[in-house]
Design a protein around this ligand. Structure first.
Ligand SMILES: C[S@@+](CC[C@H](N)C(=O)[O-])C[C@H]1O[C@@H](n2cnc3c(N)ncnc32)[C@H](O)[C@@H]1O
Length: 173
């Protein structure tokens, strides 16, 4: 009984732990967003999650161009407000939504495609979480920083309009 009580307390503590900032805000250039979604083979009606969705650009393009059911998870309140306003302005509410919260505390078990542009240190923590949670066949596209424990199915490099190089990694569970 005592052990059960301790587990209960631990679970509560974990739930109340403040969210960790997993990466600063640094948006993916729009041309790279499109390439990420192409590489991730996003199809009409599929479920897309962008972990740390910033201004919502991946979610918005996923819903707008690919007709996906797109969800972003974002910790920063100002970015949540900004991205929700853009989704509303574009009339994309039926296909795009933003969850305000910690990307480590969401359920991605129905995802067809997950997009990730975070830091290497965050990816080390995130990959085992996704490994357990994602369904068979789900794809993950990482921008610039790979999942070192996973084997990429494809790796692509490209330049943005300012000549900066970007590397994209496609994984399939
Ligand atoms: C490098 S930006 C990428 C933004 C967007 N995905 C893109 O590619 O344009 C990382 C984003 O993750 C958000 N973030 C950091 N830690 C987070 C957390 N624990 N939960 C949810 N979002 C988080 C940041 O606020 C930031 O907007």
């Amino acid at each position: 009984m005592w052990t059960l009580f301790c587990f209960f307390l631990l679970a509560l503590q974990d739930h109340d732990k403040p969210a960790e900032r997993a990466a600063p805000y640094y948006p993916t250039p729009q041309i790279v967003v499109d390439r990420m979604l192409k590489l991730g083979e996003l199809k009409r009606g599929e479920k897309l999650y962008d972990l740390g969705s910033g201004d919502g650009r991946i979610v918005i393009l996923g819903a707008q161009k690919y007709s996906a059911k797109a969800t972003g998870v974002e910790l920063d309140h100002a970015l949540v407000v900004q991205s929700r306003a853009r989704i509303a302005k574009l009339g994309l509410e039926s296909g795009a939504k933003i969850i305000e919260g910690d990307l480590f505390k969401q359920d991605y078990s129905d995802a067809d495609l997950v997009t990730v542009y975070l830091l290497p240190i965050t990816n080390i923590k995130l990959s085992p979480v996704l490994e357990k949670m994602l369904k068979r066949g789900a794809r993950v596209v990482c921008h610039d920083f790979e999942f070192t424990e996973w084997k990429a199915e494809k790796i692509e490099t490209m330049e943005d309009s300012e000549g900066r190089s970007h590397t994209l990694f496609l994984y399939r569970r």
